[in-house]
Design a protein around this ligand. Structure first.
Ligand SMILES: [Zn+2]
Length: 268
Protein backbone atom coordinates (compact mmCIF):
# COMPACT_ATOMS: atom_id res chain seq x y z
CA UNK A 1 0.00 0.00 0.00
CA UNK A 2 3.00 2.32 0.23
CA UNK A 3 4.48 1.77 -3.21
CA UNK A 4 2.64 4.75 -4.68
CA UNK A 5 4.35 7.17 -2.36
CA UNK A 6 7.56 7.80 -4.26
CA UNK A 7 8.92 10.29 -1.80
CA UNK A 8 7.34 11.63 1.36
CA UNK A 9 9.83 14.49 1.24
CA UNK A 10 7.86 16.28 -1.46
CA UNK A 11 5.52 17.32 1.28
CA UNK A 12 8.15 18.46 3.75
CA UNK A 13 7.82 22.17 3.13
CA UNK A 14 4.09 22.01 3.65
CA UNK A 15 4.46 19.78 6.68
CA UNK A 16 7.03 22.08 8.18
CA UNK A 17 4.59 24.95 8.16
CA UNK A 18 1.75 22.73 9.34
CA UNK A 19 3.83 21.54 12.26
CA UNK A 20 5.18 24.98 12.97
CA UNK A 21 1.66 26.40 13.11
CA UNK A 22 0.52 23.45 15.19
CA UNK A 23 3.32 24.06 17.65
CA UNK A 24 2.35 27.72 17.87
CA UNK A 25 -1.21 26.82 18.69
CA UNK A 26 0.01 24.38 21.29
CA UNK A 27 2.23 26.86 23.06
CA UNK A 28 -0.23 29.72 22.89
CA UNK A 29 -2.90 27.42 24.30
CA UNK A 30 -0.70 26.74 27.30
CA UNK A 31 0.50 30.30 27.87
CA UNK A 32 -0.38 30.23 31.55
CA UNK A 33 1.82 27.20 32.29
CA UNK A 34 5.55 27.65 32.83
CA UNK A 35 7.72 26.50 29.90
CA UNK A 36 9.50 23.14 30.33
CA UNK A 37 13.17 23.32 31.33
CA UNK A 38 15.48 23.86 28.35
CA UNK A 39 17.22 20.76 27.03
CA UNK A 40 20.44 20.78 25.07
CA UNK A 41 19.99 19.93 21.40
CA UNK A 42 16.22 19.77 21.72
CA UNK A 43 14.81 22.27 19.30
CA UNK A 44 11.10 21.79 18.82
CA UNK A 45 10.80 24.98 16.74
CA UNK A 46 12.95 23.46 14.01
CA UNK A 47 11.46 19.98 13.93
CA UNK A 48 9.85 18.72 10.76
CA UNK A 49 7.73 15.61 10.61
CA UNK A 50 6.74 13.13 7.96
CA UNK A 51 3.48 11.24 8.31
CA UNK A 52 1.94 8.43 6.44
CA UNK A 53 -1.68 9.35 5.67
CA UNK A 54 -4.01 8.60 8.54
CA UNK A 55 -5.81 5.29 8.08
CA UNK A 56 -9.36 5.82 6.92
CA UNK A 57 -10.51 2.26 6.57
CA UNK A 58 -11.64 -0.24 9.14
CA UNK A 59 -13.77 0.62 12.10
CA UNK A 60 -13.33 3.65 14.30
CA UNK A 61 -12.94 2.57 17.88
CA UNK A 62 -11.97 3.74 21.35
CA UNK A 63 -8.52 2.62 22.39
CA UNK A 64 -6.18 3.14 25.31
CA UNK A 65 -2.77 4.62 24.56
CA UNK A 66 0.09 4.00 26.97
CA UNK A 67 2.19 7.18 27.06
CA UNK A 68 5.73 6.44 25.91
CA UNK A 69 8.89 7.90 27.43
CA UNK A 70 9.18 11.66 26.73
CA UNK A 71 6.07 11.51 24.53
CA UNK A 72 4.00 14.71 24.44
CA UNK A 73 0.26 15.04 24.20
CA UNK A 74 0.84 17.05 21.06
CA UNK A 75 2.59 14.07 19.38
CA UNK A 76 -0.07 11.64 20.59
CA UNK A 77 -2.79 13.81 19.07
CA UNK A 78 -1.00 13.84 15.69
CA UNK A 79 -0.44 10.08 15.75
CA UNK A 80 -4.16 9.37 16.29
CA UNK A 81 -5.46 12.20 14.08
CA UNK A 82 -7.23 13.86 17.04
CA UNK A 83 -7.12 17.34 18.44
CA UNK A 84 -5.38 17.75 21.75
CA UNK A 85 -8.34 19.42 23.45
CA UNK A 86 -10.62 16.43 22.89
CA UNK A 87 -8.03 14.02 24.34
CA UNK A 88 -7.61 16.33 27.34
CA UNK A 89 -11.38 16.51 27.81
CA UNK A 90 -11.88 12.73 27.52
CA UNK A 91 -9.18 12.12 30.12
CA UNK A 92 -9.94 15.05 32.45
CA UNK A 93 -6.50 16.54 31.87
CA UNK A 94 -6.22 20.25 32.61
CA UNK A 95 -2.48 20.69 31.99
CA UNK A 96 -1.08 19.17 28.79
CA UNK A 97 2.47 19.20 30.19
CA UNK A 98 1.57 16.95 33.11
CA UNK A 99 1.14 13.59 31.33
CA UNK A 100 3.53 10.87 32.49
CA UNK A 101 5.10 7.88 30.78
CA UNK A 102 3.11 4.74 31.44
CA UNK A 103 -0.12 6.72 31.87
CA UNK A 104 -3.11 5.28 30.01
CA UNK A 105 -5.04 7.73 27.86
CA UNK A 106 -8.43 7.04 26.34
CA UNK A 107 -8.43 7.91 22.63
CA UNK A 108 -12.01 7.98 21.40
CA UNK A 109 -13.27 7.24 17.92
CA UNK A 110 -9.99 6.64 16.08
CA UNK A 111 -8.90 4.44 13.18
CA UNK A 112 -5.70 3.84 15.11
CA UNK A 113 -2.18 5.24 15.07
CA UNK A 114 -0.32 6.38 11.97
CA UNK A 115 3.44 6.60 11.64
CA UNK A 116 4.85 10.03 12.43
CA UNK A 117 8.58 10.66 12.14
CA UNK A 118 10.12 13.84 13.58
CA UNK A 119 13.18 14.99 11.63
CA UNK A 120 15.81 17.36 13.03
CA UNK A 121 18.23 19.37 10.91
CA UNK A 122 21.68 17.97 11.75
CA UNK A 123 24.56 16.29 9.97
CA UNK A 124 25.44 13.86 12.79
CA UNK A 125 23.36 10.87 11.61
CA UNK A 126 25.34 9.02 8.96
CA UNK A 127 24.37 5.40 9.71
CA UNK A 128 21.30 3.32 10.60
CA UNK A 129 21.49 0.11 12.65
CA UNK A 130 18.58 -2.36 12.69
CA UNK A 131 17.98 -4.49 15.79
CA UNK A 132 15.45 -6.94 17.12
CA UNK A 133 14.60 -7.00 20.80
CA UNK A 134 14.77 -10.84 20.90
CA UNK A 135 11.87 -10.68 23.36
CA UNK A 136 8.31 -11.62 22.50
CA UNK A 137 6.27 -8.82 24.07
CA UNK A 138 6.66 -5.18 25.10
CA UNK A 139 6.54 -1.57 23.96
CA UNK A 140 8.68 1.55 24.31
CA UNK A 141 7.47 2.06 27.87
CA UNK A 142 8.51 -1.42 29.02
CA UNK A 143 11.88 -1.24 27.22
CA UNK A 144 12.53 2.24 28.58
CA UNK A 145 11.79 1.03 32.11
CA UNK A 146 14.12 -1.97 31.64
CA UNK A 147 16.91 0.24 30.34
CA UNK A 148 16.47 2.76 33.15
CA UNK A 149 16.62 -0.13 35.66
CA UNK A 150 19.85 -1.20 34.00
CA UNK A 151 21.28 2.19 34.95
CA UNK A 152 20.77 4.06 31.68
CA UNK A 153 19.09 7.12 33.10
CA UNK A 154 18.63 8.55 29.59
CA UNK A 155 16.15 5.75 28.91
CA UNK A 156 15.48 3.43 25.98
CA UNK A 157 18.72 2.90 24.10
CA UNK A 158 17.06 2.70 20.66
CA UNK A 159 15.86 5.78 18.80
CA UNK A 160 12.79 4.05 17.36
CA UNK A 161 10.82 0.93 18.19
CA UNK A 162 8.49 -0.88 15.81
CA UNK A 163 5.84 -2.71 17.82
CA UNK A 164 4.59 -6.24 17.25
CA UNK A 165 1.05 -5.73 18.50
CA UNK A 166 1.65 -6.59 22.15
CA UNK A 167 1.25 -4.49 25.31
CA UNK A 168 -1.56 -2.44 23.80
CA UNK A 169 0.32 -1.29 20.69
CA UNK A 170 -0.71 -1.92 17.09
CA UNK A 171 1.18 -4.32 14.83
CA UNK A 172 3.82 -2.19 13.09
CA UNK A 173 3.24 0.93 15.22
CA UNK A 174 6.32 3.16 15.22
CA UNK A 175 7.25 4.54 18.64
CA UNK A 176 9.75 7.38 18.84
CA UNK A 177 12.18 7.07 21.74
CA UNK A 178 13.27 9.78 24.17
CA UNK A 179 16.83 9.88 22.84
CA UNK A 180 15.62 10.68 19.34
CA UNK A 181 13.25 13.36 20.64
CA UNK A 182 16.15 14.92 22.57
CA UNK A 183 18.69 14.21 19.78
CA UNK A 184 21.22 12.66 22.15
CA UNK A 185 23.51 9.63 21.72
CA UNK A 186 21.86 6.24 21.53
CA UNK A 187 22.82 3.15 23.56
CA UNK A 188 22.27 0.30 21.15
CA UNK A 189 25.74 -0.80 20.04
CA UNK A 190 28.83 -1.33 22.18
CA UNK A 191 31.05 0.88 20.04
CA UNK A 192 30.61 4.40 21.44
CA UNK A 193 31.32 6.19 18.18
CA UNK A 194 28.50 4.24 16.52
CA UNK A 195 26.06 5.43 19.18
CA UNK A 196 26.97 8.99 18.20
CA UNK A 197 26.50 8.54 14.47
CA UNK A 198 24.00 5.70 14.02
CA UNK A 199 20.22 5.84 14.38
CA UNK A 200 19.08 2.71 16.25
CA UNK A 201 15.83 1.08 15.15
CA UNK A 202 14.55 -1.98 17.03
CA UNK A 203 11.89 -4.46 15.95
CA UNK A 204 9.91 -5.92 18.82
CA UNK A 205 10.16 -9.71 18.60
CA UNK A 206 12.64 -12.43 17.79
CA UNK A 207 13.47 -12.73 14.09
CA UNK A 208 15.80 -15.66 14.50
CA UNK A 209 12.71 -17.68 15.49
CA UNK A 210 9.81 -16.00 13.64
CA UNK A 211 9.31 -14.33 10.27
CA UNK A 212 8.57 -10.62 10.50
CA UNK A 213 4.88 -9.70 10.08
CA UNK A 214 4.16 -7.65 6.94
CA UNK A 215 2.87 -4.48 8.72
CA UNK A 216 6.15 -4.30 10.65
CA UNK A 217 8.17 -4.59 7.44
CA UNK A 218 5.99 -1.95 5.70
CA UNK A 219 6.59 0.57 8.45
CA UNK A 220 10.28 -0.31 8.81
CA UNK A 221 10.72 0.45 5.09
CA UNK A 222 8.84 3.75 5.47
CA UNK A 223 10.91 4.74 8.52
CA UNK A 224 14.30 3.79 7.07
CA UNK A 225 13.57 5.35 3.65
CA UNK A 226 12.40 8.58 5.32
CA UNK A 227 15.55 8.81 7.46
CA UNK A 228 17.83 7.77 4.58
CA UNK A 229 16.42 10.41 2.24
CA UNK A 230 16.35 13.20 4.80
CA UNK A 231 19.86 12.62 6.20
CA UNK A 232 21.30 11.42 2.86
CA UNK A 233 22.53 8.18 4.40
CA UNK A 234 24.25 5.94 1.84
CA UNK A 235 22.76 2.47 1.41
CA UNK A 236 25.93 0.73 2.59
CA UNK A 237 25.61 2.57 5.94
CA UNK A 238 22.26 0.88 6.65
CA UNK A 239 23.24 -2.29 8.47
CA UNK A 240 22.09 -4.92 10.93
CA UNK A 241 23.57 -4.90 14.41
CA UNK A 242 25.51 -8.07 13.51
CA UNK A 243 27.29 -6.17 10.72
CA UNK A 244 28.71 -3.49 13.02
CA UNK A 245 32.48 -4.13 13.20
CA UNK A 246 33.29 -5.99 16.41
CA UNK A 247 29.70 -7.03 17.18
CA UNK A 248 29.16 -10.67 18.21
CA UNK A 249 25.42 -11.14 17.74
CA UNK A 250 22.93 -12.43 15.21
CA UNK A 251 20.68 -9.36 15.79
CA UNK A 252 18.31 -8.50 14.04
CA UNK A 253 17.81 -12.23 13.62
CA UNK A 254 18.67 -14.99 11.16
CA UNK A 255 15.31 -14.68 9.40
CA UNK A 256 15.50 -10.92 8.79
CA UNK A 257 14.79 -10.55 5.03
CA UNK A 258 17.71 -8.34 3.98
CA UNK A 259 17.24 -8.62 0.23
CA UNK A 260 13.57 -7.69 0.31
CA UNK A 261 14.22 -4.90 2.82
CA UNK A 262 17.05 -3.30 0.80
CA UNK A 263 15.13 -3.59 -2.45
CA UNK A 264 12.07 -1.88 -0.99
CA UNK A 265 14.06 0.91 0.68
CA UNK A 266 15.83 1.55 -2.64
CA UNK A 267 12.51 1.72 -4.52
CA UNK A 268 10.66 3.83 -1.98
ZN1 LIG B 1 20.92 -5.46 18.40
Amino acid sequence: MFQNRKSPLHNLRFLFFAVFLGTGVFFSGCASTPPPPPMPNFRPASVMTVNLPAPTTGTKRDIYHVVGPYESLWRIAIVYGKDMDSIMRDNQISDATKIKKGQKLLIRNTYGPRPNIPLYPTTRWTHIVIHHTATDVGNAYTIDSAHVNRGWERGMGYDFLIDNGTHGKSLGQIEVGPRWLKQIDGAHVKEADWNKKAIGIALMGNYSENPMPAPMMDNLVFLVATLKNFYRIPEQNIVGHRDVPGAATECPGKLFPWNEFKRRVRMY
